[in-house]
Ligand binder design. Structure first.
Ligand code: ADP
Ligand code: 5GP
Length: 230
């Protein structure tokens, strides 16, 4: 059976990112585990953490804003920028037509300015980044896989077919958790956020915001369960 995480990671020219005073933090975990929820609280508690906005070819959900939740690109624009080498990593998530990727310009200038940039990306993307950069990696997991199905259905943003696809990928992603430096169980959002804050502080997160590295209006909207999304 074909790998549902169709990746072009292997074709990347894995040039290391230039050493920088900042730090890249990567948060992954299966769909529905609560990454977006956790990240929203984390960004509210830690103003010195800068969200790296990914690019995607999927269409915005209700309430999502271009440049805040994602840089929403057409497939042609994404392809053009990929061919131009503008992505730190990118891949086609969930075995469907949508592409997701981290633009170099989204992270490199901020790292150079000394900022800590946090990305919420999939396992495949994390492995691509680790070939180029010594990121701090955190995997968010459920205490029981059944929680994913309940949470995804409860969120109500995906069609039943999309939920089934995400769960299939989720089970594969859970097997990759051991590749991450830290694993955090999300039974309770507050506890998970506090655990991640401890991990970041132990890794010497700067106590203050680095001036002019955090974009305004940068905290993601809550997904709105209108219009089931493929
Ligand atoms: P992800 O970004 O990993 O796909 P979300 O943050 O969108 O996941 O969370 C999926 C759903 O689960 C949302 O409806 C969210 O409110 C809910 N959720 C998140 N964390 C928990 C938790 N610890 N317990 C119960 N529900 C949660
Ligand atoms: P969404 O629910 O927003 O359609 O999909 C989000 C999922 O896509 C996230 O759980 C994350 O794993 C993945 N993703 C988001 N942005 C990126 C990115 O820039 N690169 C990669 N590789 N995966 C991403």
């Amino acid at each position: 059976m074909a790998n549902p995480i169709a990746s072009i990671a292997a074709s990347f020219d894995a040039q290391p990112l230039a050493p920088s005073p900042g730090k890249l933090v990567v948060i992954s975990g299966p769909s529905g585990v609560g990454k977006t929820t956790i990240l929203r609280s984390l960004l509210a508690e830690l103003p010195q953490l800068i969200p790296g906005v990914s690019a995607t070819t999927r269409s915005p959900r209700t309430g999502e804003q271009d440049g805040v939740d994602y840089h929403f690109l057409t497939l042609e624009e994404f392809e053009r920028r990929r061919a131009a080498g503008e992505f730190l990593e990118c891949c086609q998530v969930y075995g469907r037509q949508h592409w997701y990727g981290t633009l170099v310009e989204e992270v490199a200038p901020r790292l150079a300015a000394g900022a800590w940039v946090v990305l919420e990306i999939d396992v495949e993307g994390t492995l691509s980044i680790l070939r180029r950069y010594d990121a701090l990696t955190i995997f968010v997991e459920p205490s029981h896989p059944d929680q994913l199905s309940l949470r995804l259905k409860g969120r109500g943003t995906e069609s039943p077919e999309a939920v089934a696809r995400r769960l299939e990928v989720a089970h594969r992603e859970l097997l990759e958790a051991h590749r991450y430096q830290h694993r955090v169980v999300n039974d309770n959002v507050h506890d998970a956020v506090q655990t991640i804050i401890r991990i970041l502080r132990d890794a010497h997160l700067p106590p203050h915001t680095i001036d002019s590295t955090r974009p305004t209006n940068s905290v993601k909207a809550s997904p709105t369960p209108s219009g089931a999304h493929a």
